[in-house]
Design a protein around this ligand. Sequence first.
Ligand code: HPA
Length: 276
Amino acid sequence: MKPMVQQAQEAAAYIGKRSGHRPVIGLVLGSGLGVLAEEIRHADVIPYEEIPHFPVSTVQGHAGQLVLGELEGQTVVAMQGRFHYYEGYGLDQVTFPIRVMKDLGVDRLIVTNAAGGINLDFGAGDLMLIQDHINLMFNNPLFGPNAPEWGVRFPDMSDAYDPSYRQLARRVAEDQNVSLREGVYVGLTGPTYETPAEIRMLRKLGGDAVGMSTVPEVIAARHAGIRVLGISCISNLAAGILDQPLSHDEVMETAEQVKPRFIRLVKGIIKDIRSV
Ligand code: HPA
């Protein structure tokens, strides 16, 4: 097998041939939040399975697609659908699209996800600006020999979620009169939802929201020097807070309700993200 660095370059070269757009902003759209890609103008859509070296979907149906085009006057590339660790992909595969984005010229990334609210002040349907994360996946996409073409051996994570971008997001939310929570995202492997005891533990550890994605992608992005903004859609209160079981249907239903606010907020951020 070819080294990952070369694989990413080949994937980017293929995308560059399929689309005339030269994106500088990357978007990772989480569960139920893929609709944002429908707002992209002059879109070139490339299914993942057509891109050389992209992870092959292990589940039925298609894994997703890349959408390149214009959004709020900026050239973007969006992942409509991401690869999750719990699906059985290695973290090198989960983060492969981020490497490809970097090769395409992306230097700013907006990551989004659906997450369970741990913070007792949160409600289903809230949007949360990710201030920081806790990696509880017991793995790291940078395990193994370092690829110096991508980044340094020991990347700094002290401002993983760019402070200026967070400031921008707060300003945009205020302008739009949208309530925006802020907190720490805890990344677990899944695919089970957590137990109530685990949620009590995560709350004590300083977590505000919990999910099964995002952390690997943000690590790979920071490794590559990409600046990151993260937004969680609080799709449900985490296990044990309400006297009811959790279901994926609930997650998708809440995402449906949040969509208009989410789209407005992210578009507002994209409009100005290159000025900060
Ligand atoms: N836990 C973990 N992941 C999630 C949740 C949750 O409650 N909701 C959406 N993704």
